[in-house]
Design a protein around this ligand. Structure first.
Ligand code: NDP
Length: 453
């Protein structure tokens, strides 16, 4: 059995059967059986079903948000925003079945046309930090393109994914189109990756596991998209609105208790303003409300598990330069206070590895050239920010940084309608926006002869 634990209380909130190889094979078989029927559903009918699924999710939004807040330990206000995004994601891709356009290409002797065909059964493996949100980024475009799916949530947070399976049936999606497997990655996930009837794996999680998935997929030449780790830079130039940059920097790292692949955990600050920036930063960190995820005022909850807390703590050696430390509750729960290390060098371990906890490094830089150099000196390239009032400098820097998404004078990363994904070892492929559909279809070329010869 899987014991699902609430990280804020350390209490078991659910017990579920644990899926192994047999259950994985059965889920793939159900998805395979459902595929021909689902791909044959007419585009407007498939669109209507996805809208009905979005409606049903919206009806259940309150319960889903509470479950997510309790199971992940995330603030209820954030959980509500996430479920809103889930609903929006299904609505956005509900428009896709009727817009999966091909091309006609001028050729001699006939008519040439292209089609976007579904892949078949798609395996979706998602992490524990944004369970239903990240699942929806994969499930919605996969279904819109005519695939059936087997979704494997993280063992730590399977509850909302299992609800999605139930709600999909309630909304009228045919049986077997959405299948959810609550089982360990090393067994159920691994089997999905190896299964000959799974055409593609879409994965979000650690770079290490992502490497294994790419390797395992090679045996059957599966299509693979990977959304992996990050160590993103938040670059603050001296000419920025420092108060705004400092006020928004903490939540750009500490939201979701730092367990966010887009966390701007390296704050690069132009040397001449480091002291002023740190002063303003301290005020915001001191004001952060860390506590009960179900309290409306909470901004940061606990970490997901005792293991995660131990891993995060390992980055804070006795001589770590702790410049700012917020507060966290005592007692049960995997609490960790928001922590800022300053000044740090980009070669320090805490500046190189993905901590996945509420720890930020402040790294001083001399000029634009050095800021870009430091920002790019990492194996990752997922997200990031630039704060400056100089528009030309902002755009030069944005183009020079090796990253998939970057914001200027903002710390936002993800929108339903824009592409999201990483450069370098942060991954392969893009989710969300119009581009995601490409990763759930194969391009077919058809030539129709109209002349002899
Ligand atoms: P993992 O990468 O291990 O887990 C992500 C998903 O992959 C989970 O569903 C997991 O299943 C599954 N999985 C694990 N092993 C395999 C495998 N061999 N084959 C197929 N699927 C597998 O992340 P962790 O939860 O272990 O977190 C470890 C670190 O990864 C974090 O501290 C953080 O640094 C990073 N991470 C990054 C994320 C991101 O969004 N970029 C998200 C999560 C973690 P299960 O958990 O059920 O075993």
């Amino acid at each position: 059995m899987i014991e699902v634990v609430e990280p804020a209380t350390e209490q078991v909130i659910a017990e579920l059967p644990r899926a192994g190889v047999e259950e994985t094979d059965a889920a793939v078989a159900r998805a395979k059986q459902a595929f021909e029927g689902w791909r044959a559903v007419s585009p407007p009918d498939r669109a209507a079903l996805l809208h009905r699924l979005a409606d049903a999710l919206e009806e259940h939004a309150g319960e889903l948000a509470t479950t997510e807040a309790r199971n992940v330990g995330k603030p209820i206000a954030d959980a509500r925003d996430e479920i809103e995004m889930v609903v929006h994601t299904f609505r956005y891709y509900a428009a896709a079945p009727e817009r999966l356009l091909g091309q006609t290409i001028p050729v001699p002797g006939g008519v040439d046309m292209t089609f976007r065909e579904p892949l078949g059964v798609v395996g979706l493996i998602v992490p524990w930090n944004f369970p239903l949100t990240i699942a929806s980024w994969k499930v919605a475009p996969a279904l819109a393109a005519g695939n059936t799916v087997v979704l494997k949530p993280a063992e730590l947070t399977p509850l909302t994914a299992l609800e999605l399976e139930r709600i999909a049936l309630e909304a009228g999606l045919p049986e077997g189109v959405v299948n959810v497997l609550a089982g360990p990655g090393s067994v159920a996930g691994k089997r999905l990756v190896e299964h000959p009837d799974v055409a593609k794996i879409a994965f979000t999680g650690s770079t290490e596991v992502g490497r294994g998935i790419a390797e395992g997929s090679a045996a059957t030449i599966k299509r693979v998209t990977l959304e992996l780790g990050g160590k993103s830079a938040n670059i603050v130039f001296a000419d920025a609105d420092l108060e705004r940059a400092a006020a928004s920097a903490p939540l750009a790292v500490f939201a979701n208790a730092g367990q966010d692949c887009c966390a701007r955990s390296r704050i690069l600050v132009e040397r001449s303003v480091v002291d002023r920036f740190l002063e303003a930063l301290e005020e915001t960190v001191d004001d952060m409300r860390v506590g009960d995820p179900l309290d409306e005022a909470t901004q940061m909850g606990p970490l997901i598990s005792a293991d995660q807390r131990e891993k995060v703590a390992s980055f804070l050696s006795d001589d770590a330069p702790v410049a700012i430390r917020g507060t966290a509750p005592d007692g049960p729960g995997y609490w960790f206070p928001p922590t800022v290390l300053a000044p740090m060098s980009n070669s320090d371990r805490a500046a190189r590895e993905e901590i996945f906890g509420p720890v930020a490094c402040v790294i001083p830089f001399a000029d634009e050239r050095e800021a870009v150099e430091i920002a790019n000196d990492t194996i990752y390239g997922l997200s990031g920010s630039i704060w400056t009032r100089d528009g030309a400098k902002a755009l030069r820097t944005a183009r020079a940084i090796e990253t998939g998404v970057i914001s200027i004078n903002s710390n936002t990363s993800v929108r339903v309608s824009t592409p999201f994904g990483g450069f370098k070892q942060s991954g392969v492929g893009r989710e969300l926006g119009p581009d995601a559909l490409e990763h759930y279809t194969e391009l077919k070329n058809v030539f129709y002869a109209t002349e002899d010869g």
